[in-house]
Design a protein around this ligand. Structure first.
Ligand SMILES: Nc1ncnc2c1ncn2[C@@H]1O[C@H](COP(=O)(O)OP(=O)(O)O)[C@@H](O)[C@H]1O
Ligand SMILES: O=C(O)[C@@H](CO)OP(=O)(O)O
Length: 378
């Protein structure tokens, strides 16, 4: 029997890799007569590099770059074995978790470090960059990243503007003369975790800026800024970036890249599943176990598990889901769709305790699942 383990991370408590290990331990406590394949996954946000490094190998490059608050941070990206493809996780340079709660304000955070990572990869010989976006602290339309790659933005007085949400509305002229020439030979594939448009009620600022610390006034200001920014990009390049699905992901960084470089936005989940050869793994497995921190109404809509679920349906394979929390609505929504749905907690414990015991609880639930599967009823 082949069992495929492909959980997302349990945000706040366990990386997807740790969830895999704990499930495996649970099964091995029960039986060794089973082939277990571990494929930790991620949706393009935090944890993407870790999951892809585990699945694809390659070389991790560590470097110091500019963080979202303009301070220095350590980050890493992955160069695949072809030596030409780099995988960059935006959250490493501009992630929300890099900003303490009291300092969160997407008017002042920057994606400058994302541009530095791209530059570093290109200087290391990469011709293709897969940029996984999401989990960001920024709303700068990619202005910071573009600035790090040599694009200059000026206000009406010809004053050079640092790339951040606060300055989007001030951009009057754009100078691409100094842009890195090597970028002309680079293909950028932007793996986006969501499909939002750049501005408006479904845009980057309205939907995601509040979780980054913006108040109502900030949201209004940033939304106007992104609209203006796309207008000046259109005037400069002739490109309409605001209507591209996913241009509103991660504070609009995809829009900026599509405006000035050879970039395309695609679904992060689909891309990661293709890179990790998921369809074949699922088609050749007897049972698939996945999960995430919380299974709720949104789980099957656009999130990573929805992709896994669709492939399980296609190949008629049973899927078991594990989660720290299973919202009540989830049982009625998914109950008939998946083979089983388990919360790992073993009693009315609080979240701190659940996080602390998470590894043990995943292992224990998996042990019990294994006992059920391998019990001989005859
Ligand atoms: N070990 C755990 N036990 C109980 N609840 C958990 C655990 N880990 C994560 N969670 C819950 O899951 C939430 C995160 O949901 P998750 O599905 O992992 O991420 P996302 O926000 O991307 O959907 C956390 O805020 C927490 O409520
Ligand atoms: O970074 C962001 O703006 C959002 C959407 O891309 O990501 P997440 O909701 O995963 O933090």
């Amino acid at each position: 029997m082949k069992i495929l383990l492909c959980p997302d991370s349990f945000k706040g408590s366990l990386s997807s890799h740790k969830v895999c290990n704990a499930i495996k331990r649970g099964f091995l406590r029960c039986t060794h007569k089973v082939e277990i394949v571990e494929k930790p996954v991620a949706d393009g946000g935090e944890g993407t590099i870790e999951a892809l490094y585990y699945g694809l190998g390659g070389r991790l490059v560590k470097t110091e770059i500019t963080g979202p608050l303009w301070e220095k941070v350590n980050a890493q990206y992955l160069i695949l074995d072809d030596q030409k493809t780099a995988i960059i996780e935006m959250a490493q340079a501009a992630g929300l978790t890099l900003v303490p709660i009291q300092k969160r304000n997407p008017r002042y955070t920057t994606t400058f470090g994302v541009g530095e990572l791209v530059n570093n990869a290109v200087k290391n010989g990469c011709k293709k960059v897969i940029l996984a976006i999401g989990g960001s602290a920024t709303n700068d339309g990619g202005m910071g990243a573009l600035a790090a790659l040599g694009v200059k933005f000026y206000d009406e007085n010809q004053k050079l503007l640092p790339g951040m949400g606060e300055n989007l509305l001030k951009v009057q002229t754009i100078d691409t003369e100094g842009a890195e020439k090597a970028m002309n030979e680079v293909e950028i594939l932007i793996a986006s975790d969501v499909k939002n448009s750049l501005f408006g009620p479904e845009g980057a600022a309205s939907v995601y800026a509040p979780q980054k610390g913006a108040n109502e006034e900030d949201v209004f200001f940033l939304d106007k800024g992104l609209m203006h920014f796309s207008k000046v990009i259109r005037e400069k390049t002739g490109k309409e970036v605001d209507s591209i699905p996913g241009s509103g992901a991660a504070g609009g960084i995809g829009a900026g890249f599509c405006g000035f470089f050879n970039a395309q936005i695609t679904s992060g989940i689909q891309l990661i599943m293709e890179l990790l050869n998921f369809e074949e793994e699922i088609a050749t497995s007897d049972l698939i176990i996945s999960g995430e921190g919380k299974i709720d109404r949104q789980t099957l809509y656009g999130k990573l598990i929805s992709g896994i679920y669709e492939l399980c349906q296609k190949h008629n394979k049973p899927l078991i889901l594990l989660a720290g929390k299973v919202e009540e609505e989830a049982y009625s929504i998914y109950g008939d769709k998946v083979l089983a749905l388990f919360s790992i907690v073993n009693g009315p414990i609080n979240e701190d305790e659940a996080f602390l015991k998470a590894e043990y609880l995943v292992e224990n639930t998996s042990y019990n699942i294994a006992k059920l599967i391998f019990h001989n009823f005859s």
